[in-house]
Design a protein around this ligand. Sequence first.
Ligand code: JD8
Length: 237
Amino acid sequence: MLRIDVVTIFPGLFEAFLRESIVGIAGTSGALEVGVHDLRRFTKDRHRTVDDAPYGGGPGMVMKPEPLVEAIEALAGPKGSERRARVLLLTPQGTRFDQSRAAGLASGGNLVLVCGRYEGVDQRVIDLAVDEEVSIGDYVLSGGEVPAMVVIEATARLLPGVLGNPDSAGSESFEGGLLEGPQYTRPAVYRGLPVPEVLLSGNHAAVAKWRAERAREITKRRRPDLLRAAGEEGTTR
Ligand code: JD8
């Protein structure tokens, strides 16, 4: 059983996400437990303050250290050998989250995901309480909540016993190192556009060969970096 605790000033953002989707299934199957914690519960002042103006001046606000460090230590213990969970901060400054990172998290220990807002968190939170900084990609978001959901979902679907079909996760895009080709369902002709004949043939070897060719083709055109990374393994020329 993997446990993931999330620290956020917007716990409500996680409600529908955790109720629906693969993550709900993971929870139901007993593979995953997710706890969401309102950062304001770890404040001690009357106004439940979580931010303050940046030293040195500049726009916006910075998340103050005390509530964050108290929350992280309550959930993960102190930084170092006593840690009960690995603490990840979602931040544009982090190293890139990808499928191999998800696989590592799915096979590792419990996690605490820390979601910043505003202009980010006081550096001393990172120095004192964060194990690793992670980014989901090079675009600007408003906070770490959506990135945390990305990390949770990518990790949850790799947990053993989460999907109805045990090998479906392993056969999808990226897990094979390539993009997937086109997919079709009924009707066999839609607005004059037919489904490729081979898919109706019942010839499983021919279907597999056609799919591998389409996967290689679209990957070469759109993501040649993935094709080089995957080498020739498992693919058709
Ligand atoms: C956390 C605040 C807002 C907006 C200063 C940092 C991740 N891949 C990613 N893109 N954006 C984030 C991310 C953005 C965040 C916070 C994560 C906390 N912001 C920005 C303007 C500049 N801050 C992210 N992971």
